[in-house]
Design a protein around this ligand. Structure first.
Ligand SMILES: [Fe+2]
Ligand SMILES: [Fe+2]
Length: 166
């Protein structure tokens, strides 16, 4: 099985987008299904952000200084998503702002995924060897095993906070 870092991350993106599209299809009400989907969305995003923050972003920044600005912008976008995810995780699907907040999260993350896939992952693909990308992917699979699944777990926020505030 390929452990190419970019392939792995794009597969995650596909899973994440599935929950977005399913959420959009739900009508008003549908609270139970909305709650279930948002819980799944939050888990996928928490794990994905963690492996990018822990492995992909710092290693790419170190190996490819020319994409550093993109990595820094991406950290900021993770931070915005983290805040929304944290707030959503404390809300009930019946809360007045639940759907609005989920919609804003979806819009933000879709924009972020597009920037990764269209703008700087191609530069990473061009700039790093296949072997390095395989190694990065293998490291991310390892990191996934200990990744937090809930935003309330301290390790979920730490790296982004370090990158954004430090
Ligand atoms: Fe990201
Ligand atoms: Fe990503």
């Amino acid at each position: 099985m390929s452990t190419d870092a970019i392939v792995l991350l794009k597969n995650d993106h596909k899973e994440i987008k599935k929950t977005f599209n399913a959420f959009r299809k739900l009508g008003d009400g549908a609270h139970k299904e909305k709650g279930r989907l948002v819980k799944r969305m939050i888990e996928l995003l928490t794990v994905h952000t963690y492996i990018e923050n822990e492995v992909m972003y710092p290693r790419v920044r170190e190996l490819l200084p020319e994409v550093e600005d993109d990595v820094l912008e991406s950290y900021e976008e993770h931070h915005v998503a983290d805040v929304l995810v944290m707030e959503l995780s404390m809300m009930k699907p019946t809360d007045e702002r639940f759907t609005a907040k989920t919609t804003v999260l979806i819009e933000n993350v879709e924009h972020h995924i597009d920037e990764e896939e269209q703008e700087w992952f191609p530069e990473v693909r061009a700039g790093l060897s296949r072997k390095t990308l395989q190694e990065l992917g293998a490291e991310m699979l390892q990191a996934k095993k200990k990744a937090p699944k809930k935003p309330s777990q301290p390790s979920a926020l730490k790296k982004t906070i370090d990158a954004v505030i430090a």
